[in-house]
Design a binder for this molecule. Structure first.
Ligand code: UDX
Ligand code: UDX
Length: 430
């Protein structure tokens, strides 16, 4: 099938590459000419495991190409996806200006029946608005349908999530586009192809992400109780996770969730609920526990180091999670800034996110690896759980540090092992 993705970021580019991998003919559009230039010259502007090879393979096979022209993309696609940002505004509501302007451009370029699919995370009833907009600017009065098909890909494992989805949600306002969407997703062999009304599909996305964030905050709240009672959060969530109704994923306590989705999606869902007359206090509490998680972690630092002013602290990890270079709303960056505001000197390293973090980290000494980061530090902080950090040579790490003190915000080390190596070791909920 001929497919177009408008917006070639973390979602659009990976989704486009996966459609091409399954045999579809894909055009990825982006209004950032620099990004298109990078893509056309055979480079990938983001780090996502497996993406580089997949893009190269499909470009070479003639199934994937890139353009800065939305019109060209619309000419190509039987199905045109919208995958542009929906960033939060100061009051938590979603800035819909990118979606609206892309909808207008698509409308102006329509020449044949086209299925326009919203992939970006949007407030419920956006599909209705996109439909009105396209109707208004549809010069040639071409036939079209608007569909909601939310993404559920996690950065760092986006290809795996896309190639083997748990479910595909297709929200429609009529049945006409359904066979096309079935054909598009047939090669993915997903057992759960769910067709709903468009409003429900949009809500499924916000309700799902908010629920996952809720699980994480629940684990962080229980971790606090573990610390006060001498229990071990790892044992507790493992025990809980064997209950199929609960499940082990997304119960890892730490310094809280971040990224381009959970923080903005929670704020948006609270706002959407408010506009519909509901005070979603449960989600406000999820947000509060999440900010509290990093504050409680800082308290551990203060408890051991007393004052942070003039202390040198090494930070391992800057990305909002491992296996990505994405630093948007990263709890690690937030932590660095808080430590700096208390006067600490910060040294930092991330296996992939250094370039993207550089501009956000004024005054931070960026290092070439974990050992260089630890050099002369009063303490080391683990902020992102990269596998590379789990495999560190603990003796080498200890001799690099001025004081063998490790604050592990992601529970990657075994407390007994750390103490047998002579570290003063603090982690979460243990
Ligand atoms: C997407 C969705 O937009 C967001 O709603 C969802 O919750 C997560 O996935 P993501 O792919 O992570 O966001 O964003 P980003 O990596 O910033 O990519 C968006 C791309 O769209 C950028 O490359 C940007 O240049 C492009 N863009 C933006 C357009 O092509 N047209 C525009 O009008 C605006
Ligand atoms: C999320 C959704 O999981 C995905 O389905 C899609 O809708 C986009 O948003 P993403 O933000 O890429 O994906 O990563 P995710 O793996 O969900 O992690 C989000 C944040 O939660 C990270 O900061 C991560 O470190 C944190 N997290 C995750 C925890 O603190 N504990 C956990 O147990 C799991």
């Amino acid at each position: 099938m001929k497919v177009t993705l408008v917006g070639s970021g973390y979602v659009g580019l990976v989704t486009g590459a996966c459609f091409a991998e399954k045999g579809h003919h894909v055009v990825c559009v982006d209004n950032d000419p620099k990004k298109i230039q990078i893509l056309q010259s055979g480079h990938i502007p983001i780090y996502e495991p497996g993406l580089d090879d997949m893009v190269k393979r499909n470009v070479a096979a003639g199934r994937l190409r890139f353009t800065a022209s939305t019109e060209e993309g619309v000419d190509h696609g039987q199905i045109v996806f919208i995958a542009v940002p929906t960033p939060p505004q100061d009051d938590g509501s979603v800035d819909m200006s990118f979606i609206e302007s892309v909808a207008r451009t698509i409308a102006g370029a329509l020449k044949k029946y086209t299925v326009i699919v919203d992939k970006s995370t949007v407030p419920v009833k956006t599909g209705e608005k996109v439909t009105e907009t396209i109707r208004r600017y549809n010069k040639l009065n071409s036939d079209f349908d608007v569909v909601s098909n939310p993404e559920f890909l996690r950065e760092g494992s986006a290809i795996e999530d896309l190639m083997n989805p748990d479910r595909i949600i297709v929200g429609v306002m009529g049945q006409r586009p359904v066979p096309l969407l079935r054909e598009l997703y047939a090669p993915f062999a997903c057992p759960n192809f769910i067709v709903t009304d468009i409003n429900s599909a949009e809500l499924i996305k916000h309700a799902s992400n908010s629920f996952l964030a809720l699980k994480i905050s629940y684990a962080n709240a229980v971790a606090a109780i573990c610390e006060s009672s001498g229990a071990n959060i790892e044992e507790v969530v493992n025990g809980m996770g064997f209950d199929k109704r609960i499940g082990r994923p997304f119960l890892n306590a730490g310094i809280g969730y971040g990224g381009s989705c959970f923080p903005k999606d929670l704020a948006a869902f609270i706002k959407i609920a408010e506009q519909l007359g509901h005070d979603f206090r449960l989600l406000k509490e999820v947000q509060r526990i999440n900010s509290d998680a990093s504050e409680r972690f800082l308290k551990k630092l203060r408890a051991e180091l007393w004052v942070l002013k003039d202390k040198t602290i090494g930070v391992l990890g800057l990305a909002f999670k491992p296996n990505t270079d994405d630093v948007r709303s990263s709890p690690a960056i937030d932590l660095v800034k808080k430590m700096q505001s208390e006067g600490a000197q910060v040294r930092a390293y991330d296996p992939q996110a250094m370039d993207k973090a550089r501009d956000m980290l004024k005054g931070v000494t960026l290092c070439k690896d974990a050992y260089e980061t630890a050099m002369g530090c009063d303490a080391l902080v683990v902020a992102t759980e990269w596998d590379e950090f789990r495999k560190l040579d603990l003796n080498r790490l200890k001799s690099a540090l001025a004081h063998p003190t490790v604050f592990d915000g992601r529970n990657i080390f075994d407390p007994a092992k750390m103490s047998s190596h002579g570290f003063l070791y603090r982690s979460i909920g243990r």
